[in-house]
Design a binder for this molecule. Structure first.
Ligand code: HEM
Ligand code: CA
Length: 479
């Protein structure tokens, strides 16, 4: 096993005074259900990058976000001009891509896969995209392939509609479209499921059905909230499955399910014949794990284990990250989210079951010590949502700000590049199922709402039918 950073090579804790200041290891109790088998008393963890690391002495210290704050498709195009430039072909607006011998498009490979992926040779697949996490697991890679294919499809269509458009115009128009559909799918299909139909409607989060939105407010800071990235949004790690089902057109298993921890940082599996479509159908078919206090052992015991017997614990890391980032305690978020401040453990009964409160009271000295992530996870789920009261208001606020604070958001007409009303109605009809149908190698059917299970009210329909809604005529330039 590789010697872990910030822990002794035998898996024991090092004396705190000998640690590098950026070390923040996680102590493991001797009776841990898994790690104790290996005699591990210490899980390596490092402090997050902060304003201090950039020589900024202003206090309080702030964490630094390595991507962009906005929903701007930086996973596809990169978060800096330099990355964006490296990913473009500078020909006909296209993104760089690799085309397999049988004509299928994937992201280009990094130069040294052995350094970036868990692969044995530099000839194996390991992708380059706008976000380093592209290779983290097969579904992440598949989602990025879909967006890359969408971009390169759009530039071909736009060039036919507008033979006079040059590389730069084609690239920017396609990029604008891809950003808009990520925003639209997120706000129209995903957030009602996460936060609840009524909540998104009542809090300005839902997209409009027609016309331009006037929600933009230059006083709203759209930066990612620490409590959002370092707390509330991580709660969805509970949904992560232990295997990915490979789903064929009959919605049956078309191959052995792939075990998560065997395919972390090893994306080549998606290029095997038939697999790209089977992963993509799997995203829309396989149920997620429940949003609850249970997590897959693939991520609590075996995260990034490479080929070894033990890995990292994502949930322990998430809790540690909250402390690292100085996220206030659970009680603080109760008051922010409209619940009364708890003066004792008994006061949390309004949102939490007794048995969980008792367990918390055994671990934390006072009710003010409960970590935000832990308290939020243990609250009762709000019916019709995937979240709890102390998470929902932070998630809602975060997503509200990404929209109300982004003057380029697709529903506004305030920037010179705003969509025309006709273009906007095409974007508004675009769904995750459109993306899957359009970018699959040979996917024939999809349910209308790909976030929800196939059922009589959300039945499989031909992709042909879904794709008739994608009419790009409004992109014909009229002078
Ligand atoms: C599918 C498998 C997933 C894996 C293996 C995974 C893994 C990770 C890892 C390793 C981190 C960094 C932990 C740290 O050192 O602080 C992280 C952070 C995070 N994850 Fe996940 N994750 C997954 C899915 C998700 C999902 C579905 C969501 C929410 C929709 C999510 C939201 C987040 C957020 C918000 C962060 C913090 C990012 C930041 O602060 O920049 N993750 N995840
Ligand atoms: Ca779960």
């Amino acid at each position: 096993m590789k010697t872990p950073d910030c822990c002794a090579s035998n898996g024991k804790l090092l004396p705190i005074e000998t640690l590098h200041p950026n070390c923040f290891p996680i102590p493991v109790p001797a009776n841990d259900h898994f790690y104790s088998r290996f005699g591990t008393a210490c899980l390596p963890a490092k402090r997050t990058v902060s304003s201090d690391d950039f020589g900024c002495t202003l206090k309080p210290q702030q964490k630094v976000i390595a991507t962009t704050h906005f929903l701007d498709a930086s996973l596809v195009y990169g978060a800096t001009g330099q990355t964006a430039g490296n990913l473009r072909s500078f020909r006909a607006g296209r993104m760089r891509a690799q085309i397999t011998r049988d004509g299928r498009m994937f992201m280009p490979n990094v130069n040294t896969p052995t350094q970036s992926c868990n692969v044995a040779t530099n000839t194996e697949v390991c992708y380059r995209s706008g976000d380093g996490r592209v290779n983290q697991h097969p579904d992440m890679a598949v989602s990025q392939v879909a967006l890359l294919r969408l971009h390169n499809f759009l530039v071909t269509e736009f060039a036919q509609l507008n033979p006079q458009w040059n590389d730069e115009i084609l690239y920017q128009e396609a990029r604008k479209f891809v950003i808009a559909i990520i925003q639209h799918i997120t706000y129209n299909e995903f957030l009602p499921i996460l936060l609840g139909e009524n909540y998104v409607r009542e809090n300005g989060i839902s997209p409009l059905k027609q016309g331009y939105s006037n929600l933009y407010n230059s006083n709203i800071n759209p930066s990612t909230l620490a409590s959002f990235a370092g707390g509330a949004f991580r709660s969805l790690h509970s949904l992560v499955p232990s295997v990915f089902n490979l789903v064929n057109e009959d919605r049956e298993n078309g191959g052995a399910p792939t075990r998560f921890s065997e395919w972390m940082n090893k994306p080549g599996i998606i290029q095997r014949p038939g697999n790209y479509d089977m992963f993509l159908r799997g995203i829309a078919t396989q149920p997620q794990q429940a949003q609850d206090i249970f997590f897959s052992e693939e991520i609590t015991d075996l995260l990034f284990r490479a080929n070894g017997p033990l890995g990292q614990d994502l949930v322990a890391k998430d809790i540690q990250r909250g402390r690292d980032m100085g996220i206030p305690s659970y009680n603080h978020f109760r008051t922010l989210c409209g619940l009364p401040k708890a003066t004792s453990f008994d006061d949390i009964r309004d949102v939490m079951d007794e048995e969980r409160i008792e367990r918390l009271a055994k671990i934390y000295p006072t009710v003010d010590d409960i970590d935000y992530l832990v308290g939020g996870m243990l609250e009762r789920i709000i019916p019709g949502t995937l979240t709890t009261p102390s998470f929902r208001c932070v998630l809602g606020e975060g997503f509200f700000r990404y929209k109300a604070g982004d003057r380029f958001f697709y529903e506004y007409d305030i920037s010179p590049g705003a969509f025309s009303p006709d273009q906007l109605s095409v974007i508004r009809r675009f769904s995750l199922s459109t993306l899957i149908c359009l970018t699959g190698d040979n996917i024939q059917t999809m349910q209308r709402n790909a976030f929800l299970q196939i059922n009589p009210g959300n039945a499989l329909i031909p992709c042909r039918q879904i794709l008739t809604e994608l009419d790009l005529a409004p992109w014909r330039f009229q002078s």
